[in-house]
Each structure stands twice: as C-alpha cells, then as structure tokens.
Design a protein around this ligand. Structure first.
Ligand SMILES: [Zn+2]
Length: 251
C-alpha cells in the first residue's frame, strides 16, 4: 500500500514500524512546519531535515519515504526566494517526487503569490504538485484554487487533496487527481468509501495526513481492509491502495 500524504517529521519511528507491518511499503511525506517561523532558514532547515533525516529514520523501520517539499500556506510569512532556489535544485537532482504540500488557507496576498509561483515552478519543470484544501471554508477556497490552478499549470500534474463529500462533485469532472484523507476529526473511512462508491476508484488516492494533530497512522490499511470486507472488486481496491499513486507519481 502507499500512504500518499503524511508528515513523517512529526511522527515517531514506532509509527513507521507499525505502518510497515500493516502493509504500507511507501509513504509520501510532505512539508509543513507546525510552529512559528522566525525566518526562511528555519523553514529550509525543516525541509532539509525531512529530506536527509526522516527518510533514513523511516528506512530503518522498513518504510520507504518519498518526499514532497514546498511552502505550505501556513508557512508563507517568510521570504520565499531561498526556498524557490532550493526547490529547483531538489527537482533537478531528483530528490523530491512532488512540490507539496502547497495551497491556500486564509487567502492572504502572500499565500496566493507563493502558491502561484510554486505552480509555475511545477509547470516549468513538469513536476507534480500536491495541493492542500483547508478544513474551514473548503468549498469557497477550493473555488479560488480552481480559478488559479489552470492558469499556471496543467491540471494533469496536480493532486487536489483532502476532498470530502461536500466538494467531490466540484472537481470530479476535471483532470486533477484527488486525495482522500482518512483522519480523526476530518473524514472517517465510511465517508471515504461512500465517495469511492459514488464516483469510482480511478481518480482517487488514499492518505492519512498523520501530523502533530490527531492522526491515525493506520487509516489507509484500515480503509483498504474495510473495502475488502465489503466485497469491492480487488482490481478496484488496488487502484486506491497503490496503483493510482504508482502511476501518477511514477514510483
Ligand atoms: Zn498535510
């Protein structure tokens, strides 16, 4: 299985071991600095830590951590130029498989400018991007995201993440890949399964988004097992368990 969106830097090595033993071979760890940022070098340290330290820590427990780096909307208070420079370098050196997570939260000017620039870098380098949608005002913010994205990047390169039942219909007919985050206080496995049942398995990825917030490191295998128990076709389940992610991220 592949957990397509998590934050390994804020989780224990024991979580990595449990995930591996539960059938997760690969996880994509994304950038998000959960504390106050003093300056851009603090953010760069966070990103380099993910790349150089957490990947090795996970490997010891069997888990293959792929990396997505970028400036999360909550981290847009610093000068972004140093991070842009490094993004080009990491992409060129094939150290990251996507730019992410990026996106919009409060629709401030700096959030929007930094979001657009990172989409431009994705388009220029033909790199995938993982786009966060917020918990509050999801529908409104998703509308702004959908206005911006096609002006800057081919939607085929884009995952729109944290899709729920309220917004699935707004994006299902577009060329995006769609992330379903199964997480306490966000979406339970029943809601994820209801979305797959209604819209089909072809466009979706599953993830836990485990972070410093309430999380379940095993939410992807629990959802996959539930789909099996409910009798969904193996070929369909495999799409959301790993095949769609392998194809999209080329991993
Ligand atoms: Zn996240």
């Amino acid at each position: 299985m592949i957990d397509t969106h998590m934050h390994g830097d804020s989780r224990s090595s024991e979580d990595f071991g449990e995930m591996y033993l539960s059938g997760i071979d690969t996880a994509i760890t994304c950038a998000f600095y959960p504390y106050k940022l003093n300056n851009e070098s603090t953010l760069l340290n966070h990103l380099e830590r993910i790349l150089n330290y957490d990947t090795k820590r996970a490997k010891k427990y069997g888990l293959d951590l792929k990396v997505a780096l970028g400036i999360h909307p909550a981290n847009t208070s610093v000068n972004p130029d140093l991070i842009y420079e490094n993004l080009y370098k990491w992409i060129e050196n094939k150290q990251i498989i996507a730019i992410g997570e990026i996106g919009l939260e409060d629709l401030t000017d700096s959030e929007i400018a930094i979001f657009k620039k990172q989409l431009d870098i994705g388009e220029e380098t033909k790199t995938k991007v993982i786009v966060h949608t917020p918990r509050k005002n999801k529908k409104e913010v998703l509308k702004v995201i959908q206005d911006i994205v096609p002006q800057h990047i081919d939607p085929k390169l884009v995952v729109i993440d944290h899709i729920n039942q309220n917004v699935a219909e707004d994006v299902i007919d577009k060329d995006y890949t769609l992330g379903l985050t199964v997480q306490p206080q966000k979406m339970d496995k029943e809601e994820a399964i209801a979305i797959l049942d209604e819209y089909g398995f072809d466009k979706f990825l599953l993830n836990s988004d485990i972070s410093n917030k309430p999380s379940d490191p095993l939410s992807v295998p629990k959802t996959v097992r539930e789909l099996e128990k409910l009798g969904y076709k193996k070929t369909e389940i495999e799409k959301v368990a790993f095949k769609n992610a392998e194809k999209f991220f080329k991993i």
